[in-house]
Design a protein around this ligand. Structure first.
Ligand SMILES: C[S@@+](CC[C@H](N)C(=O)[O-])C[C@H]1O[C@@H](n2cnc3c(N)ncnc32)[C@H](O)[C@@H]1O
Length: 393
């Protein structure tokens, strides 16, 4: 039913009859097992296309609750929902635009970022070349009571001018049905987007968090944003939107942020009583050493992004595990130690080790009903080691 939300279907869903049918659908109707009977029931009063559209949208709204607090009112297609920025991230980014009254949201999709910017009180020109998406964005702004601040335009975003010097650009990273990671393959490509800076010097551009550092333009700030421990995106900030640092990691929902600045190299030393696993945004932003200085930890290995120390320091930037034992890598010895320590279940983590964690875990011998351990396979000063740790503090 993925093609169920078409322009015609959207007209129906936005009509009074569509709204009544949507509100009559109960969460129970949307379970896989109940779908067929829900569709059959709807077909007494709707066409097959209308019934499919209503059920599809109702299911998308449930899925969208992970991104939007008012998802139950909103309009989506499957792919546009996948690409939409969630509320926490878009609201966080909107704070950078505090100095601008009017912002162009270029490549607005269903309006995830438009909503974040408008909810923060900005006037937004939302642009998407896809007619269906631009209509979805308009509908979403209206149902959320933001339409007095939002003007949606269906056009190519490269057409200028948009009547503002500040923009947020979220290019497509799904092109011809496949995901693209390169700044040259996204649509529009980064070089195309950068030409817009003549008129809009204050710009934020969302790119893939795994973006190749070498291809990034100089002179912008690159912010890696993670949410709930997953690095979701990188944003290139230009003009007055940059805070003047080259890189930064920001962790949501807390909004804790760590900026890159010149620091002394961090010493390498043996495993201490605690192991720190930095958030992926910290690693991507190359601020592991900054974190090490902040929490008084050292590195286990020059090349590896684990930190260690003898004090447990509370930090939002890393998970901290108590180290029970640190040993040279040896499976037989590990199994012996796990039994002695009464370990019943193991979480395997690795960095700088070629081992497949899942296959490795299956070879571990544990004690039924025993406690949980975290086994970390890594290197210390170039040598393979294993750390048997307790669960994160
Ligand atoms: C990743 S989605 C944007 C998601 C959006 N920020 C949100 O939160 O819902 C990218 C959007 O850019 C649009 N797009 C791609 N190239 C474009 C162009 N040249 N002009 C206008 N829109 C474009 C696509 O149609 C797509 O909706």
């Amino acid at each position: 039913m993925h093609q169920a939300i078409t322009l015609e279907a959207l007209d129906f869903l936005l009509s009074e009859r569509g709204a009544a049918i949507l509100s009559a659908l109960k969460p129970d109707d949307l379970r896989d097992q109940a779908l067929l009977s829900a569709l059959t029931r709807l077909r007494r009063t709707c066409s097959p296309q209308e019934a499919a559209a209503a059920v599809t949208l109702a299911r998308l709204r449930l899925r969208a609750e992970r991104k939007f607090t008012r998802a139950a009112k909103m309009f989506f297609t499957d792919e546009a929902l996948q690409q939409a920025s969630g509320e926490a991230i878009s609201r966080y980014r909107a704070r950078r635009y505090a100095a601008f009254d009017r912002i162009a949201d270029l490549g607005c999709g269903v309006g995830g970022d438009t909503i974040g910017l408008a909810a923060a009180g900005h006037e937004v020109i939302a642009v998407d070349r896809d007619l269906l998406r631009s209509r979805l964005a308009r509908a979403n702004a209206r149902v959320l009571g933001l339409d007095d601040r939002v003007r949606v335009v269906c056009a190519d975003l490269r057409q200028q001018p948009w009547g503002t010097s500040a923009a947020f650009v979220d290019p497509s990273r799904r092109v011809g049905g496949r995901r693209v990671f390169s700044i040259y393959e996204m649509e529009p490509s980064l070089p195309d987007i950068l030409t817009l800076r003549d008129r809009m010097p204050h710009m934020g551009v969302k790119v893939h968090p795994g973006v190749d550092d070498l291809g990034l333009p100089s002179g912008c700030e690159v912010e890696f944003i993670s949410e709930g421990g997953t690095c979701k995106e990188a944003v290139l900030w230009f003009g007055d939107l940059s805070t003047g640092v080259p890189r930064r990691a920001t962790l949501l929902p807390g909004g804790h942020t760590l900026a890159w600045e010149p620091v002394e190299p961090v010493p390498v030393g043996p495993p201490g009583a605690y192991l720190y696993e930095p958030d992926p945004a910290i690693i991507r932003a190359h601020v592991v050493e900054h974190l090490a200085w902040q929490i008084g930890a050292h590195k286990l290995d020059e090349e590896i992004a684990y930190l260690t120390g003898d004090r447990a320091v509370q930090t939002p930037f890393a998970r901290c595990y108590p180290v029970w034992e640190a040993l040279p890598f040896n499976l037989k010895e590990l199994n012996r130690r796990l039994r002695t320590l009464g370990v019943g279940s193991v979480i395997v983590k690795k960095r700088g080790s070629a081992v497949d964690p899942e296959a490795f875990r299956r070879r571990l011998k544990t004690v039924p009903g025993g406690r949980t351990a975290v086994v970390v396979l890594t290197r210390a000063a170039g040598r393979p080691i294993m750390l048997i740790c307790g669960e994160a503090l």
